[in-house]
Design a protein around this ligand. Sequence first.
Ligand code: NDX
Length: 255
Amino acid sequence: MQCYSGLVLALSSLLGALALLQLSLYLRVPSRYGKHEERLCRPRGRLPARCAWFLQELPSFLVPALLLALRSPPRLEPLGCRLLCCLFGWHYFYRTFIYPFFTRGRPFPLQLLFFGMLFCIYNGFLQGYYLIYCAEYPNDWCTDIRFTSGLLLFLLGMGINIHSDLLLRQLRKPGEVTYKIPQGGLFTYVSGANYFGEIVEWFGFAIATWSLPAFAFAFFTLCCIGPRAYHHHRYYLKTFTDYPKSRKALIPFVF
Ligand code: NDX
């Protein structure tokens, strides 16, 4: 397989367009899973959260891994490019093989699972194809300010995301499905602490890779979970009269 830059441009632009579609669809009404499902329509089928998250996220790990295996001769030079591939793989290894097995979430709607899987195939292909077949970095990319600052942001975001998801998980005993007020960590400042971490993470990745596909994905993430953080915030304010008034929705002290 070779690098077709036109394909990368087309797929990245489509991802940007999907982000805008996502924003227009879910700004007023939240996507119908988790705490926003019950009050809206009841989906026909659901899968246990563990199974659903595993299946949904698997293509994001598998597709780049397949692309890497198909590359002949296997080459990911220089070191900067190899590290960047590892960051994406590292996140999706966690999201596919670790996160689902600890989640205490409610069953996930099959319909959304299907679209989520399609999205993960699409994005896994775009990011993997670009990094494995197209990206070229100078040998000293690892010392470039874009790489180092992006990597730091990525690690910071990932740390916040994993820690916040852990705090959410600890709110429930196994088998429980009730909602409580999240406390501690970045939840002290925002209702969507896990989403804030994820957004910082993917903007860090975009800066470190300095690539159109990664910026398109960071933008998609912002448009996908940014509005969801806002809906979570409204839900908490409506549900809990003692919800901390100073807490913002997504960005500490700002929004
Ligand atoms: N999955 C990313 N759009 C998405 C699934 C839905 O990873 O067709 C995007 C992802 C997909 C979406 C995905 C892409 C766009 C789709 C959409 C469906 C339709 C849409 C395909 C792929 C679409 C068009 C047409 C435009 C293409 O019971 P519960 O489940 O609520 O329990 C929760 C629990 N919890 C609490 N427990 C007790 N008390 C409380 N107060 C609690 N609050 C929450 O914690 C869960 O078990 C857990 C986390 O819940 P929540 O709601 O905070 O996070 P959640 O949304 O479930 O995300 C989990 C993690 C999180 O770290 C987040 O950052 C990351 O996944 N994520 C999620 C969504 C997208 C994404 C990352 C990304 O874009 N990078």
